[in-house]
Design a protein around this ligand. Structure first.
Ligand SMILES: Nc1nc2c(c(=O)[nH]1)N[C@H]1C(S)=C(S)[C@@H](COP(=O)(O)OP(=O)(O)OC[C@H]3O[C@@H](n4cnc5c(=O)[nH]c(N)nc54)[C@H](O)[C@@H]3O)O[C@H]1N2
Ligand SMILES: Nc1nc2c(c(=O)[nH]1)N[C@H]1C(S)=C(S)[C@@H](COP(=O)(O)OP(=O)(O)OC[C@H]3O[C@@H](n4cnc5c(=O)[nH]c(N)nc54)[C@H](O)[C@@H]3O)O[C@H]1N2
Ligand code: SF4
Ligand SMILES: [Mo]
Length: 859
């Protein structure tokens, strides 16, 4: 009997509610939950295709010590034994936990309690350091506490939305759909402030293509402009703000980088539309001046009194499903749990609540510094949970050296083969989405349940339980005797009663009485209500602070005169350990691209679809070139997603500098001094295989998932070693050495296609989809397999745009030629964009091109 479970999406911080109908063994149908206030039934492409990632392929199912399977007792004894020995010999600060916004609140709470409360070190930090730390620091400086003063309802009620460094249409697609709705309903204007012309920017009323890190100059100038226009709310300011001496006088004049007309247009919109929300994410946070950027944005809102009112406020949106929950329970090294700091009274309360005499005395090391300490031997034991730092930290060359040197690396993950897992001495199998059970907090402080759909596979265990098992072995059993996630939740809720005692707003103490039944049926709720700072600001004066900030100067490095920007693709999640397994999601972009402005490409000798090496002071990586007029000149963009597991050289954090914001410790992933050069290959090929290939020693390879197996793009120097790439089986082969052409197909005893390899010197290769579609099949004739095409030609759909309905760019172009002139008309004609809607901006872009082309043709 199918059963339907209400749960929350595994991915981004929008926190969409899902109705998951379990239809079989590890089979689930996903639908948006119409009753969940975060999404009202909507989902994006990633959420919609969660069902493709719940199989057991690639899962870590048993504890491993080195390459050997171990029992849980052996593995936990080892972890606890090594921890105890390390602490005894070198003190509590010689050990560290590096955790993640993909843990549930209950997991996070116990990990933090163990490290800060009972091991007695502050050395627990989270990947949120790479993500939200600057916004957190900006909130604390301005408001006195890390509180997001807005909610999604404000987006529905705003007349002007500024997106700062946010590719919302790709990264928070359901918020994007909400913004689209507000534009339709109330004519909300949309401004996008981003150096790149993203699909989000293309849809905006105004795109301000600022220079990298130009945000502070822009927001300061904007505030000066509003002041000059008499729009600073003096009365609000008087009552609610602490204003440093000379604050308004020191705001710089408009910046030369932005065209005067654009600046004026922006100023007019801001002046005319008091209901304004500024949504910001990584273009603001991931910067050496990220905290100042956050404050520059908040300053504008405070000074204009555009906060704590319907449809207004500065809105830092979170990335991961539980980035916010982690902040609440003290996942960052520089805080205790429940938004508390390290002052004596705060420490005394926390120590009292936990009944411990070992509470750490001060903050621990932040992520980048934590790995420095691992590298230089100060930290000798590292436990990584639910994050992949060998890929996601900056300067991964250094990070990998650190991991390789560390005497003990423990990794808790759901996937067996991750880049970080290769460095682990002990690997612990955790429960994944669809198995785990607990709560997450989304961007608007709304707490929702993730609920299990399936039984735990293999020997996998909940992260919180693993931590408690280790705590018990360290002799702290009584403080970690939770019998389930509900018990952890209750303790955490009770602990938040400490926060108001220190003037904080966070308070979940009413949920201390949550019974098991209540917890099982818990409905999504938001702490702090719509505007948690409306009554007062949690500073000692009760007033918020305007924080003077000045624009940073980017030093020019003559060896690396270009600026490298990194970020996300619509259908991949981070290091691809889960989305990389979905054939549907893999269609959107199969390779990591370096996007280059056409004039730069011409000047640098970069050809569209060719390969290029991007080089920085830290390393080099290879990408396929995409000529992109939406790039600014002198700037490059690459995705963060590809790993060494999925590619030969496409891992972008080989390149990123470990320079951090001085206040928050967050690295600047978006503005890195770089250079680019073309890479010449002697041959280019693609390979389709049923099993995952592991090419070695090639100039370039990238693999991606297709329905019957894997599709791998390859390029190399010298001769190709086809035999090394192909599995055993009956061979078919054609070759034309004069053209450097070779084609091989391998079939099994039943005649089914196991693998095929297509090699060329010129770059001309058959379409990928047909060959990939033959994997496991017996229908194609040998001549067809070697041609890489069916005898009767089929129209190619072109690159897939709508992954939900499998509609390609060619289908859309055809519909446009037949008269469909709007995104909605394309939807009626082809079904593209009618399910999750994530591809609607891409359809709009194609339409624009098709219509311009027609108009030009008609001239
Ligand atoms: N599809 C998808 N969605 C995701 C994720 C994912 O991996 N894939 N991850 C989730 C997570 S954890 C996060 S943190 C969010 C991130 O969500 P976003 O912040 O929207 O994503 P990014 O692509 O990292 O960066 C956003 C934009 O910042 C711009 N930018 C770069 N430099 C500057 C600058 O100096 N100023 C300004 N104003 N803009 C700049 C970039 O050009 C880029 O378009 O996405 C979440 N959602
Ligand atoms: N160049 C560049 N680098 C970046 C960024 C960027 O924009 N540019 N963005 C940064 C940001 S904002 C972020 S958030 C990080 C993200 O970077 P990471 O956190 O490293 O990325 P993920 O791939 O999400 O890693 C999560 C890991 O946890 C595992 N996992 C999933 N669920 C569970 C679970 O329930 N329990 C356990 N134990 N394991 C689980 C997954 O298999 C995976 O290995 O990357 C950062 N790095
Ligand atoms: S916007 Fe997409 S990825 Fe984010 S929570 Fe909603 S469905 Fe999941
Ligand atoms: Mo993030």
């Amino acid at each position: 009997m199918p059963r339907t479970v209400r749960t929350t999406c595994a991915y981004c911080g929008v926190g969409c509610g899902i109705r998951a109908t379990v239809t079989g063994d590890r089979e689930v149908q996903i639908a948006g939950d119409p009753d969940h206030p975060a999404n009202h039934g909507r989902l994006c492409s990633k959420g919609t295709h969660l069902g493709e990632t719940v199989g057991l392929e690639g899962r870590l199912l048993h504890p491993m010590i080195g390459d050997d399977r171990a029992s849980w007792d052996e593995a936990l004894d080892q972890v606890a034994g090594r921890l105890r020995a390390c602490i005894a010999e070198h003190g509590p600060d010689s050990v560290a936990f590096y955790v993640s916004g993909q843990l549930l609140t209950e997991d996070y709470y116990v990990a933090n309690k163990l490290m800060k409360g009972f091991i007695g070190s502050g050395n627990i930090d989270t990947n949120s350091r790479l993500c939200m730390a600057s916004a957190v620091a900006a909130h604390v400086r301005a408001f006195g506490e890390d509180v997001v003063p807005v909610s999604y309802d404000d987006l529905d009620a705003a007349d002007l939305i500024l997106l700062v460094g946010s590719n919302t249409a790709w990264c928070h697609p359901v918020i994007w759909q909400r913004i689209e709705k507000a534009r339709e309903r109330r004519g909300t204007k949309l401004v996008v402030i981003d150096p790149r012309r993203t699909e989000t920017a293309e849809q905006a009323d105004l795109h301000v293509p600022i220079a990298p890190d130009g945000d502070i100059a822009l927001f300061n100038a904007l505030l000066a402009e509003m002041d000059a226009r008499g729009l600073v709310d003096r009365e609000y300011l008087e009552r609610n703000l602490e204003v440093p001496e000379g604050f308004f006088e020191n705001l710089a004049p408009p910046v030369g980088d932005i065209a005067a007309a654009k600046f004026r247009a922006l100023g007019d919109l801001v002046a005319a539309r008091p209901r304004m929300v500024t949504l910001f994410s990584q273009g603001a946070n991931q910067s050496r001046s990220g905290t100042d950027k956050g404050n520059a944005i908040i300053n504008l809102h405070l000074a204009m009194g555009r906060i704590n009112r319907v449809g207004t406020g500065p809105f830092s949106i979170t990335g991961q499903p539980n980035a916010m929950g982690g902040r609440e329970v003290g996942g960052l090294a520089n805080m205790l749990a429940c938004h508390l700091g390290f002052s004596e009274p705060e420490r005394a309360d926390v120590a009292g609540f936990w009944n411990t005499d070992r509470l750490c005395t001060g903050p621990g090391l932040k992520a980048v510094d934590m790995f420095r300490a691992v590298h230089d031997g100060r930290i000798k034991f590292l436990w990584v949970m639910a994050t992949n730092p060998a890929v996601s930290l900056p300067d991964t060359g250094f990070v990998r050296e650190a991991l390789a040197r560390c005497p003990t690396v423990v990794v808790s993950d759901v996937i067996a083969d991750t880049d970080t897992g290769h460095f682990a001495h002990i690997r612990l199998p955790a429960l994944a989405w669809g198995e785990k059970d607990g709560t997450v907090t989304n961007s608007e402080r709304r707490i929702s349940r993730q609920r299990p759909l399936f039984d735990a596979p293999g020997e996998a265990r909940a992260d919180w339980r693993i931590v408690c098992d280790v705590a018990a072995r360290l002799g702290h059993g009584a403080a970690f005797a939770f019998d389930g996630p509900g018990a952890v939740f209750r303790e955490y809720a009770a602990m938040t009663a400490l926060a108001p005692r220190h003037g904080k707003v966070l308070d979940l103490s009413p949920w201390t009485a949550t019974t098991e039944w209540h917890y099982a049926t818990l409905k999504p709720f938001r702490w702090g209500g719509e505007h948690p700072l409306a009554r007062r600001f949690p500073t000692s004066s009760g007033k918020a602070r305007l924080v003077p900030v000045t624009a940073p100067v980017t030093a020019n490095d003559p060896s690396f005169p270009l600026r490298l920007n990194t970020g996300r693709y619509r259908d991949q999640w981070h290091t691809m350990t889960r989305t990389g397994l979905s054939p549907t999601l893999s269609q959107h972009r199969r390779e990591p691209l370096v996007e280059v402005h056409p004039r730069d490409a011409a000047a640098l000798g970069l050809a569209a679809d060719g390969l290029a090496r991007v080089v920085t002071a830290y390393g080099a990586a290879i990408y396929r070139v995409q000529i992109e007029p939406g790039q600014r000149r002198g700037e490059l963009f690459v995705p963060m997603h590809w790993t060494d597991t999925m590619s030969g050289a496409g891992r972008s954090n080989r390149l990123a500098a470990p320079d951090v914001d001085p206040v928050s410790g967050q690295p600047g992933f978006k503005n890195i001094a770089a250079w680019i050069e073309p890479v010449a290959a002697d041959w280019r090929a693609f390979l389709v295989t049923r099993d995952a290939p592991a090419p070695d020693g090639l100039l370039y390879w990238v693999r991606s998932r297709v329905a019957g197996g894997w599709l791998t793009e390859l390029a190399g120097e010298g001769a190709i070693d086809a035999e090394a790439l192909l599995p055993q089986g009956e061979r078919l082969e054609v070759a034309d050495p004069s053209k450097g052409m070779r084609r091989l197909a391998v079939r099994d005893d039943d005649g089914a296609l196991v693998a095929a390899l297509y090699v060329t010197r010129s770059g001309d290769l058959p379409p990928r989809e047909w060959a990939a579609g033959q994997l496991g099949g017996t229908a194609a004739a040998p001549a067809e397999l070697l041609a890489g095409r069916p005898m009767t030609p089929q129209p190619s759909r072109g690159p897939i745009v709508c992954v939900c309905h499998g509609v390609g760019a060619n289908d859309i172009a055809e519909a446009a030629c037949a008269g469909a002139a709007t995104v909605a008309a394309i939807g009626s004609a082809t079904a593209a964009g009618t399910n999750c809607g994530s591809c609607r901006p891409a359809i709009a872009r194609l339409l624009e091109t098709a219509l311009t082309f027609e108009a030009e043709a008609a001239e």
